[in-house]
Design a protein around this ligand. Structure first.
Ligand code: SF4
Ligand code: SF4
Length: 325
C-alpha cells in the first residue's frame, strides 16, 4: 500500500509546491452537480496539488507595462501545461500501485460543465465539476478567504490548483487548523475595481465542520472586469467597451442586468477587445487585464505585510503609488 507521505514527497519532487490529502466523505453535503463522488463512486481519497503563481508575473500589471505574463504564464501555462504534467506523473505512481487515478485539471472547460443530459435519473448532468477551492480546503491545504479565493499558509491567494481522485485509501491531512489567514481586512473588497465582492452580503460556507464567511461575489461584474479591467484600469479597451463595463459595474446587486452585450460578456469581450481576442487565440485563456487587483494583489500585499504567509520577499510588492488612468 502506497502511503500519503510517499505520494506527497513524489508530487513535490515532480513540481507541486504544496500537497494535501482529503477523504471523500468530506464532500458530504456538496450539491450533486459538484460532487466528485459521482465521477468515481468508489473513490476513497482526493489529492490536492498547489502550484505557485510567481509574484513576478504580476509585476508588469502592477507597473502598467506588461499585461500578458500573468494570463499566459500565471494561468494558461500552470493550468494547461505544467500542472497536467505533474498530475500525470503522480497518476502514474498510483496506477503503478494498482489504484485508479482520475486527473482533475483546472481548465476553462468548466464553463461547459453540466450541459449534457443525465445518463440515468440517479446521476447528475455531465460533466460533473468540482469546486476547486472547496476541494483544497477538504485536502487540508488552507482556508477560504473573504474574497472567495483559496488561501494557503505558503502563498496566500497566489496559487493554482489541480486534483487527483483515487480509490487508494490514504491517510488524510486534518482540515487546516493553523493560524487564521483571512482577518477580514477587506482590502480585497476595497481594491476590486468591479466592486464584485460584497461587503454587506455575506455567505457562510461550512466544509467538514469548519465555517468560513465569504463576501457574495457578483459573477457578472467579476467576469467582465477580470478579463477587461475598467476604464481606469485597462489600457486596452475602447470607450464603447468601457461604457458597457461601467454599466455592468454600476448596477446594484439585485438590479436586472443590462443586455447591451447580448447577455454573454465572454463573447462580447472576445469580439470587441482585440487584446482579449488575441489572448484566446494564443493560449486559450481570458486576458485577465484586471490582474486580480483586489482578490490576489491586495490580499497578497496584506498577507505579506502581516507576515501571515511563508513565501516572503526581500522587497515589498507595492513600491510606488499604483497607476490609474
Ligand atoms: S484581502 Fe483581507 S479580507 Fe480579503 S481575503 Fe485577503 S485577508 Fe481576507
Ligand atoms: S478578478 Fe478582479 S474583478 Fe474579479 S474579484 Fe478579483 S479583483 Fe475583482
Amino acid at each position: 500500500m502506497i502511503s500519503s507521505e510517499e505520494i506527497k514527497a513524489f508530487a513535490k519532487k515532480c513540481g507541486a509546491d504544496i500537497v494535501g490529502i482529503g477523504s471523500m466523505d468530506r464532500f458530504d453535503g456538496a450539491p450533486r452537480q459538484y460532487d466528485p463522488r459521482y465521477i468515481m463512486p468508489e473513490a476513497k481519497s482526493i489529492i490536492g496539488l498547489g502550484f505557485r503563481i510567481h509574484r513576478g508575473l504580476l509585476r508588469g500589471i502592477e507597473e502598467g507595462t506588461f499585461f500578458a505574463a500573468y494570463p499566459s504564464m500565471g494561468y494558461a501555462n500552470i493550468n494547461d501545461v505544467y500542472a497536467p504534467i505533474v498530475l500525470r506523473e503522480v497518476g502514474n505512481l498510483l496506477e503503478d500501485n494498482g489504484y485508479e487515478a482520475f486527473l482533475f485539471q483546472n481548465t476553462s472547460v468548466r464553463l461547459g460543465s453540466g450541459i449534457g443530459k443525465p445518463v440515468s435519473p440517479d446521476k447528475p448532468k455531465p460533466d460533473v465539476f468540482m469546486h476547486f477551492r472547496i476541494a483544497a480546503v477538504i485536502c487540508g491545504m488552507g482556508e477560504l478567504g473573504y474574497s472567495n479565493l483559496f488561501l494557503s499558509p505558503e502563498f496566500g491567494p497566489r496559487q493554482r490548483l489541480a486534483f487527483i481522485i483515487t480509490d487508494a485509501e490514504l491517510e488524510p491531512d486534518p482540515i487546516y487548523n493553523g493560524p487564521p489567514l483571512c482577518d477580514y481586512c477587506m482590502s480585497c473588497v476595497r481594491e476590486c475595481p468591479a466592486g464584485a465582492i460584497s461587503e454587506k452580503n455575506q455567505i457562510s460556507v461550512t466544509i467538514s465542520g469548519k465555517t468560513f464567511v465569504i463576501g457574495k461575489l457578483d459573477e457578472l461584474k467579476c467576469s467582465a472586469v477580470y478579463q477587461a479591467g475598467t476604464s481606469e484600469y485597462s489600457p486596452f479597451i475602447s470607450e464603447e467597451v468601457a461604457s458597457v463595463i461601467n454599466s455592468i459595474v454600476s448596477q446594484g446587486d439585485n438590479e436586472e442586468k443590462l443586455v447591451s452585450y447580448e447577455g454573454n460578456i465572454w463573447n462580447y469581450l472576445r469580439e470587441n477587445v482585440p487584446y482579449i481576442k488575441r489572448c484566446w487565440e494564443s493560449y486559450h485563456h481570458p486576458a485577465a487585464i484586471c490582474g486580480a487587483r483586489g482578490c490576489i494583489r491586495a490580499c497578497m500585499i496584506h498577507l505579506e505585510e502581516s507576515r501571515k504567509i511563508k513565501n516572503i520577499f526581500k522587497s515589498p510588492f507595492r513600491r510606488r503609488e499604483p497607476w490609474r488612468l
